[in-house]
Design a protein. Structure first.
Lengths: 571, 468
């Protein structure tokens, strides 16, 4: 059984210039995006047959192995360990690491203080995909022109808010129980409580009001994820001023909602809200909407996703103060110019969604016990996810993956990092190539990307002295897209004409999120354009958009095919 | 400046070769027209392209452009492409509107270097478009649209005066109407329909202008008068029906369309009616006395009504959103007047404060303007209470439909000599008129109307206060 979230929301870094990039690694890609990319489940238990609620329980093993804390052995590593690997945080990153660890024969435990699944499953990718599925269908049914062109007749489409909300909630529960079951079935111990590192190779966990348990492990992975970032001056009441956590419950569909931040989260929610009848005002601190996307894709996306919809926007402004609606007054938003700091405008709207990115959730981890100082909350790591302490030295046996390290805030990136760590602790050196990790935004149509944007590629090319070329194909020429009457879209390839290396691929169009993987796999495996252009694509499919893209690239003949090289691309 | 001037023209072939690859190089060519006003041309985006369609203007007239910034999206035979500005300056005039088609190489917009030159460039855009024979022959549509400043050339909807007293669109935080609060879609629509939001009356939550307000205003060819029954654009008179031909179906004029829409909309308001018989002997006597000073009966009735409203603010209130009372700060009496093919409601503003002579002069002026179809929006759409009088036809009683956006309307019948029994058991003759008020029961209750009518009757029966 291969299930689960193909991907997910979101998180932009736009407003408030909330830069999550880890200074340790010079990735020049916008990073705080968050996506799901769950590994397949090992066993086919469905949530129903394995009658277990989504609540996790302490396994008996966890209890039996507990040892009491004592001051004298805090500073020294224990000789024998309860586990080979302890993962703090059972989100998608922790889950991916746990499954791979079991496969490698490690005795593994995972500590979760909240619910299994983390942000992605409970408050991110998964429920948002349910809402976006609804919005996509609504949009289609409401598009008279589109329906007419297909010869379909639909009378007024409507929706039931609670029904939509339930769909999102049910999906999250189902995925959560799938996740829990997959770990239990493999023998991963799920320990409930907040995990804290108390010393080298030693972790304490426990619920509030219960005695703490202490467990030891050879290696520890921190995978505590992130929470929505709310800039100061903004008062979140959960009703009229909300974050993505609240919005996903869809407790209301306001007539007019302001979305602060026009990155992934903001964009996806604008898609949901406008499809359900809201009008949207974007507030973006940077000078243009959708920062972080390739500029050309961003422009096209703005023409399709923003301009024709009931959306307006203010760019180059900060929301310095947002007051929830009360006493019959609307939500008020005070805007100042991002550069001059002069007051610019005041908006009164029915609701405001704060989508200004995500902040790492690393408080209470006990990092001080291993002499680690966070940087704006992020745990500093090297390219192998090894935690770096205050003196710049590696902390042995401690790793940090996912949003908590801020390298690339995507669920599937966390999972990939976790797998990379497990590879390392089981004796195989592994460095994850972050440039091969795809990202997607599930608007209608979708946006996806992998590798560098054009400006980033040109900057790199200038520094390193190589040439950059760009190839583009349009969805307008694709049979399948036209059959669906969804010809709007563009695929863009950024490459080196001298050796055929793929530097980046950006797609805006129907099912872009599913199409990107041909490109991301090519980058991950080091496949060159001159090789991949001979791969065959079924006709007629959307994948031919990429086929045509690769074929339209002009690689210099000197670089022509020299067999299937697989030189890994440097990180 | 020097470098801006020197590179004004690029051969189209070289630019098109490069564009599909680089994507970021400037694709527009500009020719120096005058010292500081440049034309933006329809670029050749492919070797086979002969004309291009403007998909959308990414900038509006008056916007500042920096070099390399995208100005317009052009659809060629191959793909849609952004066209970037080659120079810095201000987008002075758009000569080909969105959706328009222009041949490659023809001017589609003008770029002014400074803000001061925008006006000059606009003038230029009109003259140049008529002196471009190629464009005229090939693209008559383009020419028609090339002069956006000529009213009604491409825009059948006409925006009305900007000086509207926004009493009814006042949003709690809109600083007394100085700021316009409109939803994103309303703004978008207004821009598309070339409608000045300042003239639109908001009916959304807390008086916010929402899309349907803009649509209503646009369909009416003017603002939706809260006085409801009437909406006439002063600058675009409704055509006069040339006598009625039996057996034909005649579509509504814009004014009649607006009336129709307002009437249907009124069905969503729960109204009720309260009638009252008022003796007018004293009023008639007063009228006779001051008629020579130009005082009219309409002004007297309006004045009396306003004085009564001053004592009963709730009857001067309205319900905008279904959740709240809007207590209007002024008492503006709208009076329905029949005009060719419809009716209009000129408004006597602050009727409670203005003296009866001034009020009468004002009324005469308004009626003259209404006949000449020169009423400004604030002169017919700011009423808070409406009077409708059919007494001159001998109608003794009728009821009126409440105009959406107001709280009450009073239907006034003819004052007629009536035989009445007085309390002391005698029978006498008195002039009496019947009035009948229709009100929105969400905000105005039966007792409110009753008390208001009682006050009104007292004022009319003892009218000395009317003249101060």
């Amino acid at each position: 059984m291969h299930s689960i979230c193909s991907q997910a929301t979101t998180l932009p870094r736009s407003n408030f210039a909330f830069d999550s990039r880890s200074p340790a690694v010079p990735i020049s890609k916008p990073v705080n995006l968050r996506f799901c990319g769950l590994r397949k489940e090992a066993f086919g238990f469905s949530g129903l047959t394995h009658s277990c609620s989504s609540r996790v329980r302490c396994s008996s093993r966890g209890h039996s192995k507990k040892i009491s804390a004592s001051a004298e052995n805090n500073g020294t590593p224990p000789k024998s360990f309860d586990y080979d690997l302890i993962i703090i945080g059972a989100g998608v990153g922790g889950h991916g690491a746990a499954l791979h660890a079991v496969e490698k024969g490690l005795r593994t435990a995972i500590i979760e203080g909240d619910v299994v699944g983390g942000t992605c499953v409970n408050r991110g990718c998964v429920p948002s995909k349910a809402l976006l599925a609804v919005s996509g269908k609504m949009r289609e049914l409401q598009s008279e022109h589109h329906m007419k062109a297909l010869g379909l007749q639909v009378s007024a489409a409507g929706y039931d808010r609670q029904g939509v909300a339930d769909h999102a909630n049910n999906l999250a529960s189902k995925i959560r129980s799938n996740l829990t079951n997959s770990m239990k079935a493999l023998g991963v111990d799920i320990l409930t409580g907040v995990g804290t590192i108390v010393g080298p190779q030693k972790v304490k966990y426990g619920k509030v009001g219960f005695p703490d348990n202490i467990v030891t492990a050879k290696d520890i992975i921190i995978a505590t994820g992130s929470v929505p970032f709310v800039p100061k001056g903004i008062e979140v009441d959960g009703k009229t001023v909300i974050t993505s956590d609240h919005a996903l419950k869809l407790e209301s569909v306001p007539d007019w909602i302001a979305i602060v931040g026009s990155g992934y989260i903001g964009l996806e929610f604008s898609d949901v809200y406008t499809a359900l009848g809201s009008e949207v005002t974007f507030i973006e601190a940077l000078d243009q909407l959708m920062p972080g996307f390739d500029p050309e894709i961003g422009k096209l996306a703005q023409r399709v996703l923003i301009n024709p919809r009931k959306i307006d926007y203010h760019t180059g402004v900060f929301a310095t103060k947002i007051t929830p609606a009360k006493d019959g007054k609307p939500v008020t938003i005070e805007l100042i110019d991002a550069k001059t700091k002069e007051p610019k405008d005041t908006l009164e709207v029915d609701a405001a969604l704060i989508a200004t990115g995500r902040a790492p959730f690393t408080n209470g981890l006990g990092l001080e016990n291993i002499n680690v100082v966070t940087q704006r909350g992020f745990v500093p790591v090297d390219e192998r996810m090894r935690v770096i302490d205050a003196n710049g030295n590696l902390v042995p046996h401690v790793y940090c993956i996912g949003d908590a390290n801020g390298k690339m805030m995507l669920a599937h990136a966390a999972s990939a990092q976790g797998i990379s760590v497990v590879e390392q602790v089981t004796g195989r050196d592994h460095v994850l190539n972050h440039l091969s990790i795809p990202a997607a935004c599930f608007t209608h149509p979708e946006i996806s990307m992998v590798g560098l944007t054009e400006p980033q590629a040109r900057e790199k090319a200038e520094k390193e002295g190589f040439e950059v070329s760009v190839a583009k194909t349009s969805f307008k020429a694709n049979t399948k897209a036209l059959a669906e009457n969804e010809g709007e879209g563009l695929a863009k390839l950024i490459y080196r004409p001298d050796n055929g290396e793929i530097l980046g691929v950006h797609i805006f169009g129907l099912h872009a999120a599913d199409l990107i993987h041909e490109a991301s796999n090519a980058i991950a495996l080091g496949t060159r354009i001159q090789e991949i252009k001979f791969a065959v694509h079924a006709h007629p499919t959307l994948s031919e958009v990429l086929d045509e893209l690769f074929k339209s690239a002009k690689v210099k003949s000197a670089a022509s095919s020299h067999g299937l090289v697989s030189e890994p691309v440097a990180v | 400046m020097a470098n801006v001037l020197q590179t004004s023209f690029l051969p189209s072939i070289s630019s098109l070769r490069r564009t599909p690859i680089s994507g970021s190089k400037g694709k527009s060519q500009s020719l120096q027209v005058k010292a500081k006003i440049r034309e933006i041309f329809m670029p050749a985006l492919s070797s086979t392209m002969t004309e291009g369609k403007i998909v959308s203007w990414m900038k509006s007239e008056g916007d500042k452009l920096s070099k390399g910034e995208s100005v317009v999206v052009v659809e060629s035979d191959k793909a849609d492409m952004d066209v970037e500005s080659f120079h810095e300056g201000f987008l002075a005039a758009i000569m080909v509107e969105e959706g328009g088609v222009a041949p490659v190489g023809s001017a589609i917009a003008l770029l002014a270097e400074t803000e001061d030159e925008i006006a000059e460039a606009k003038a230029k855009s009109q003259s140049s478009s008529s002196t471009s024979p190629k464009a005229v022959e090939e693209q008559p549509k383009q020419i028609e649209e090339a002069a956006p400043d000529v009213p009604a050339a491409a825009a059948p909807t006409v925006s009305a005066s900007k000086t509207v007293a926004l009493w009814s669109a006042v949003h709690p935080a809109s600083e007394g109407g100085k700021r316009i609060v409109a939803s994103p879609y309303a703004k978008k629509l207004a821009k598309e329909l070339k409608l000045d939001l300042g003239t639109v009356v908001g009916t959304g939550p807390m008086g916010r202008i929402v899309a349907k307000d803009v649509e209503a205003a646009a369909a009416a060819g003017t603002t939706a008068a809260p006085a409801g029954t009437v909406a006439v654009s002063p600058s675009k008179p409704a055509p006069v029906a040339p006598g009625i031909e039996l057996g034909t179906v005649v579509p509504f004029t814009t004014m009649q369309g607006a009336v129709s829409r307002n009437m249907v909309e009124s069905l969503s308001v729960p109204t009720f009616r309260v009638g009252y018989t008022i003796t007018t002997n004293e009023l008639d006597a007063l009228y006779k006395k001051i008629k020579s000073k130009g005082v009219t009966m309409t002004a007297l009735l309006a004045k009396a009504t306003a004085l009564a409203l001053a004592q009963h603010p709730v009857v001067n209130s309205c319900c905008r959103d279904g959740n709240s009372f809007t207590y209007n700060s002024s008492i503006n009496i709208a009076v329905a007047v029949a005009i060719d093919g419809g009716l209009i409601t000129p408004v006597l503003q602050d009727a409670d404060k203005v003296d009866i002579y001034t009020l009468s002069r004002k009324w005469k002026e308004l009626v003259d303007k209404a006949r000449a179809k020169q009423l400004q929006p604030h002169e017919y759409n700011t009423g808070t209470f409406t009077l409708s009088n059919l007494g001159m036809f001998g109608v003794d009683r009728f009821d009126a439909i409440l105009p959406p956006g107001t709280g009450a309307i009073m239907a006034v019948g003819a004052s007629q000599p009536t035989v009445v029994a007085s309390k002391d058991g005698r029978i006498g003759m008195k002039n009496q008129m019947q009035v009948n008020v229709t009100a929105d029961h969400r905000v105005i209750y039966g007792a409110d109307l009753a008390a208001f009518l009682q006050t009104l009757a007292k004022i009319v029966e003892d009218p000395k206060d009317l003249t101060f």
